[in-house]
Write a new protein. Sequence first.
Length: 138
Amino acid sequence: MDVRSCEYGVGDNSYRMAGELAGITALVDQFYANMDSLPQFEVIRAMHRDSLVESRQRLTYFLSGWLGGPKLYAEHYGSINIPQVHQHLAVGPEQRDDWLACMQLAIAAQDFEPAFNTYLLEQLRVPAERIRITSLDP
């Protein structure tokens, strides 16, 4: 079956469209390279540790399972509650939008089909918004 003719979000189609673990790793590497080097992302970069090694691995593993592939995050770190993991951060609309803009640049740098780029960014808005809402709770 040609993955390009499949629906995103069904089974492991999104995982395969992203290039499986190698493609997700490249996406995450580009995302953090953008965050590390582009001045418009200074605020969200400051929310991370100096070393991004663990952040890269956690995001890669999370995206693997989230996109329908192997549940690597759960295998290595246990279950995840995305808002709870980020609740120590002050994430408002600007930080959420900066994170999404950084991810949009990373997605655009990949060799994904354009419709998948749009789909992926739209799907990532959901957890980004959940983190924003949770971080503002008392």
